[in-house]
Design a protein around this ligand. Structure first.
Ligand code: FES
Length: 341
């Protein structure tokens, strides 16, 4: 008779081939959550198959629907739908063991994709403002936040236009993901966005020069690799998509390497290989990355071939332009403000 080994319960239980894992748990007195009563609607009976997946019955239609909706990995199964066949042993870990787990599952059921977390290949872009600390120390708090918001808004529009999302702000830095919701050519999208961000920085600097006589520089690093992507946050309202993994760490380090190489936009070798037919690079740099062994080959991208019409997500939302009366009022206010300086 097949056997089940339960974690965290540390219990061995024999299971009839006609029983589901959930039924066996309940017969054995294992407190196994099953809010919907075993009809593949709540996912609270979910187990992680740590060993012996080959002895489990394949997903039935009902389980497949829920698994797709919640982006379950193949090893995450509904105990109420899964049977064990043959003579093998299957090791399972119950995943909903207390009220907090239950509440997280409820949030996931109310949410959308990536509620569980999945491994994905993404282009990760880090951008950081150079010289922002002395800039912020010289300005009143109001201006610091105003400038930052204006900068993030402008960069966010560019990132979104290329199908990316900003998923993290770190002081004056930001992290953006390409490929999470737009799997088509994520590396190219990230590089195009980065070059446009740099171009936008030139006009942003004209504004900073006029108001504060202090331009800023932007440093950008891009890497492509796999990361675990999922929604995190204390409540569904505060949840946001985040990515964790080596690809993210490396992208962050590549951005920081701009300070060593004196460049503004560095990409990893893997990104370069993905876009090499499109981009112009200055020269490769061999850079030691903190926390990593050996040296990494990084490329400074200076230009990219124009995109074919319609090839990349077009600008669907025009950049907001203030209506004329408002622009006139702003202009008068600016003149007045500058006259007082
Ligand atoms: S008990 Fe609800 S999905 Fe299994």
């Amino acid at each position: 008779m097949p056997q089940l080994y339960y974690l965290p319960d540390d219990r061995h239980v024999e299971i009839e081939e006609t029983d589901t894992i959930l039924t066996s748990s309940l017969y054995a007195g294992i407190p196994h959550a099953h809010v919907c009563g075993g009809s593949a609607r709540c996912s609270t009976c979910r187990v992680w198959i740590l060993d012996g997946l080959e002895h489990c019955t394949p997903r039935n239609d009902a389980e497949a629907v829920l698994a797709r909706r919640l982006c379950f990995e193949p090893t995450m199964r509904l105990a109420c739908q899964t049977q064990v066949v043959g003579e093998g042993q299957v090791t399972v870990r119950r995943l909903v063991v207390d009220a907090e787990d239950m509440s997280l599952v409820e949030q996931q059921m109310a949410g959308q994709r990536n509620a569980i977390g999945e491994e994905q290949s993404l282009a990760v872009l880090f951008a950081d403002l150079r010289g922002f600390t002395p800039f912020s120390e010289a300005l009143p708090a109001y201006d610091v936040i105003y400038v930052l918001n204006r900068y993030f808004s402008r960069m966010g529009q560019i990132i979104e236009r290329y199908g990316g999302i900003i998923n993290n702000y770190m002081g004056d830095g930001l992290m953006a993901l390409f490929g999470w919701n737009h799997p088509d050519r994520p590396a190219e999208r990230a590089v195009r966005a980065a070059l446009e961000m740099q171009a936008a920085m030139a006009s942003f600097n004209a504004y900073l020069e006029m108001l504060y006589h202090r331009p800023l520089q932007i440093g950008i690093g891009i890497h492509y690799g796999s990361a675990v992507v999922g929604a995190v946050g204390a409540s569904p309202q505060s949840q946001q998509i985040t990515a964790i993994g080596d690809a993210v760490n490396l992208a962050s380090r590549i951005e920081a390497a701009n300070k060593v190489t004196g460049t503004n936009l560095l990409v990893s070798e893997v990104v370069y290989e993905m876009v090499r037919s499109l981009v112009t690079v200055s020269q490769p740099y061999r850079v030691a990355i903190p926390g990593k062994s050996g040296e990494y080959l990084l490329y400074e991208v200076t230009d990219i071939a124009p995109e074919e019409p319609g090839a990349i997500a077009p600008l669907t939302v025009p950049l907001p332009v203030a209506p004329l009366p408002l622009r006139l009022r702003l202009f008068r206010w600016l003149k007045h403000w500058l006259g007082k300086r």
